[in-house]
Design a protein around this ligand. Structure first.
Ligand SMILES: Cc1cc2nc3c(=O)[nH]c(=O)nc-3n(C[C@H](O)[C@H](O)[C@H](O)COP(=O)(O)O)c2cc1C
Length: 194
């Protein structure tokens, strides 16, 4: 009997690829709240990311309203110091419109290679989180602006800067607008070796 090659052209795989390719960084969100249960599921999915030596180096923080207000105050203060009060207010207002907030931290390691691999694992976890939400119709934006390295930010979120780093501040919510993006073709990024 002839052995059949398993088909990779299945509907499930096409749909999965659509999620991978269709996810975009979202700037503008609707104010519709994202169900807590969905967020928890997405965080749980994040924890299934590959992580070398199974270090599970990530921690997830969901800031509540009071903490978000403190972050907004700090954001406004930082921008005011650097770029003036008008821009600072504008930035605060745009941040205040972000409906969902998640912070992802990575344990610090004294071992340089372990630190690199732990950070890589955390990035994979963030991607899991974002893709899980995207499949549920929820968009997100991963940010690593200056504020995420500011000691005052660490104080607000109660993270010890000497033992953990911030991998990202992730905003999430139902997209108001989904932008388009392009990517290089495979012929530009893929190399076959004999
Ligand atoms: C580690 C990391 C940090 C990022 N930080 C920022 C940021 O600080 N500000 C920003 O506008 N976008 C940030 N982004 C989002 C990228 O700009 C975005 O992924 C890129 O423009 C490609 O768009 P796409 O996500 O829709 O494919 C970050 C992405 C990654 C992976």
């Amino acid at each position: 009997m002839k052995k059949r090659t398993p088909s990779y052209e299945t509907r499930e795989l096409r749909e999965f690829a659509e999620v991978l390719r269709g996810r975009r960084t979202i700037e503008l969100f609707l104010q519709t709240p994202v169900p807590d249960g969905l967020v928890r599921e997405a965080i749980d999915a994040a924890t299934w990311a590959p992580n070398h030596h199974v270090t599970e180096p990530w921690r997830f923080i969901l800031p509540g309203e009071r903490t978000v207000q403190k972050i907004l105050d700090l954001c406004q203060r930082i921008v005011a110091e650097e770029k003036g009060v008008e821009l600072a207010l504008h930035k605060r207002e745009s941040w205040a419109e972000k409906p969902g907030w998640l912070l992802v931290t990575c344990k610090r390691s004294d071992d340089e290679l372990q630190q690199k691999e732990d950070y890589a694992a955390c990035c994979a976890a963030v991607q899991n989180f974002m893709l899980y939400l995207w499949k549920a119709g929820v968009g997100s934006k991963w940010t690593t602006g200056d504020i995420t390295r500011d000691p005052r930010f660490f104080d607000i979120i109660g993270v010890n800067e000497s033992t953990a780093m911030i991998v990202g501040l992730i905003w999430f919510g139902y997209p108001k607008l989904t932008p388009t993006q392009s990517r290089k073709g495979l012929d530009e990024v893929l190399l076959h070796l004999p």
